[in-house]
Design a protein around this ligand. Structure first.
Ligand code: MSP
Length: 529
């Protein structure tokens, strides 16, 4: 069995998560679920980044000890991921004992090798970025362009990592491996940044940062957050510990999913650290774009930061499927996406309620009306000479290919093109007319079968995006096993078996139109109750 190891960035816990953090976890979850369906031995890692000045300060403002503060925020992150059906295999916290120990070992290894050395440093530091900047990184007004803050002037004796030693090797690697940085248009950006990169500081004096992992055998220094944070991808698998079974099984990572803002840290810092450790490199660093809200960057001052649960609450949704689907398809992975209430409503009403939900509902109702809910042997069709069967095959091939390049918005589009075709097919064939005549009644059954079998396959392909709706579809198609245990091998024509599959009691809409009467009533109930 092939393995598939996918990770997300680990989030800072200086505040609760927002929809941008959720976006990344959802994209990753969709990819992990897809590869699980293809029977890859999949491991999906996420977690939290808990050291550093920002967290120390926020904890103090809340009159809490840093660890106590982190514990409370981490729970909010975990609850959010559960609400959004983000089904990870591992959750690492950089305050986990095993991680702290492994990071100290990594630091020591690099020291012993001569790749970490001590030097005096005078420069500027942005606490928002948790990193030293060059004058040329600043905006014209002398502020950090990402945090709109004046950087601190710092003079310290710190440990430095000899990044310059690895620059050429990294450049070569990027040039020789087109799938290493995705989307491909980001690779040049990294090559340009490499030109400017010098050795990096990997520790801070404990007077400046006390909330961090101490440098081994030097009590005045604390390991600086990026080397601590980046190492999570291997420490979580047991690298450097006695139990390194998972490391041997899953490393190298197949995908590091991260936001575009931290690409430099991953493709330059992390890669050079791995080179120094002589550890194999990840296969792909996948940089997603940012989510804006109403076309505006989220910020506390603008007051447009929305929580991971906002969409569910605002539309009184029973689960996260619609939000997952919207976020996964609002932009091609790598490009910036936008969230807007009205746009959300239009999109999910059109795709999930109308195209998908209505098609299943009306087809099952016709099966009940004309065949008492029975799939008779005589209506089961063969793959040959069957337009929908052919389309199911080409669609599943396309979806697989898109996922191989992590193009999940494009894969969803291909699935919905199939759903549209199935809708057109019903309208063209008019099974309600075929049902009127005994001579064409069986043909009517075959048309219904073709649509329901297509929807069976659609529910499998859509499962990674909308696991709850897919399971509901699967149940209504009365398949023996849960949608969650379906694999890519179940995408063959004729999986829908003979037997009574539907009755008035079992058929119900899988997704209610937002603002429909029923959804409205439900909403009122929730507000008043
Ligand atoms: N702790 C570091 C990452 C260390 S990884 C070894 C960090 N944390 S963060 O909390 O600031 O960001 C976590 C992830 O969320 C990053 O990948 C970041 O790009 C992503 N996002 C933060 N805001 C975002 C949006 N508005 N939209 C999409 N993703 C965004 O960086």
């Amino acid at each position: 069995m092939d393995k598939f190891y996918i990770t997300t960035a680990i989030d800072y816990v200086n505040g609760p998560p927002h929809i941008g953090h959720a976006y990344e976890k959802i994209l990753t979850d969709i990819i992990a679920r897809h590869f699980r369906q293809r029977r890859f031995d999949t491991y999906f890692l996420t977690g939290t980044d808990e050291h550093g000045t920002k967290i120390e300060k926020t904890a103090a403002c809340n009159n809490m000890k840093p660890q106590e503060f982190c514990d409370s925020i981490v729970q909010i992150f975990k609850n959010a991921w559960q609400l959004l059906s983000v089904d990870y295999d591992g959750f690492i916290r950089t305050t986990d004992d095993f991680h702290e120990k492994a990071v100290q070992d990594i630091f020591q290894k690099l020291l012993d090798k001569g790749d970490i050395y001590k030097a005096r440093y005078a420069g500027i530091y942005c606490p928002g970025c948790e990193c030293f900047l060059n004058e040329r990184d600043l905006a014209e007004d002398g502020l950090c362009p990402d945090h709109q803050a004046k950087p601190q002037e710092v003079e310290e004796e710190n440990y430095f990592f000899k990044l310059s030693k690895y620059k050429d090797k990294i450049k070569e690697h990027i040039k020789n491996n087109p799938e290493f940085i995705l989307p491909a248009f980001r690779a040049n950006e990294v090559i340009n940044q490499l030109e400017d990169t010098e050795d990096i500081s990997v520790s801070r004096h404990k007077c400046a940062v006390s909330w961090g992992i101490p440098v081994p055998n030097d009590e005045d220094q604390v390991i600086y957050v990026w080397i601590d944070a980046l190492s999570n991808y291997i420490t979580a698998l047991g690298y450097g510990s006695d139990d390194n079974e998972n490391f041997n099984r899953y490393w190298p990572a197949d995908v590091h999913m991260i936001g575009k803002d931290i690409l430099k840290f991953h493709s330059i810092y992390w890669i050079s650290i791995l080179m120094a450790l002589e550890v194999e490199l990840p296969k792909t660093i996948l940089a997603h774009g940012w989510i804006t809200v109403d076309q505006t960057k989220m910020s506390k001052s603008v007051g447009n930061v929305i929580s991971p649960g906002y969409i569910l609450e605002n539309f009184n949704l029973p689960n996260a499927d619609a939000a997952r689907y919207y976020l996964a398809t609002c932009a091609s992975l790598g490009r910036d996406g936008n969230y807007n209430d009205e746009d959300f409503k239009l999109k999910v009403n059109a795709d999930l309620a109308n195209n998908l939900g209505n098609l299943l509902n009306r087809t099952l109702n016709m099966l009940i009306k004309y065949f008492d809910g029975n799939v008779n042997e005589s209506i089961i069709t063969k793959q040959d000479d069957n337009k929908l069967a052919e389309l199911c095959k080409t669609t599943s091939d396309k979806v697989k290919e898109e996922f191989n390049g992590y193009k999940i918005a494009e894969a969803a589009e291909a699935i919905f093109t199939l759903v549209n075709e199935a809708n057109k097919y019903v309208n063209d064939k008019a099974p309600w007319a075929l049902a009127k005549n005994e001579d064409t009644k069986n043909e009517c059954g075959q048309v219904l079968y073709n649509v329901l079998e297509t929807l069976r396959q659609v529910s499998i392909m859509l499962f990674p995006y909308i696991p709850n709706i897919s399971s509901e579809m699967w149940e209504q198609l009365a398949q023996e096993c849960d949608a969650a245990c379906q694999t890519w091998d179940d995408l063959y024509w004729g999986g829908l078996k003979a037997g009574r599959i539907a009755s008035k009691e079992t058929v119900k809409p899988v997704f209610l139109r937002l603002d429909s009467e029923v959804a409205g009533k439900e909403k009122k109930k929730k507000v008043s109750g």
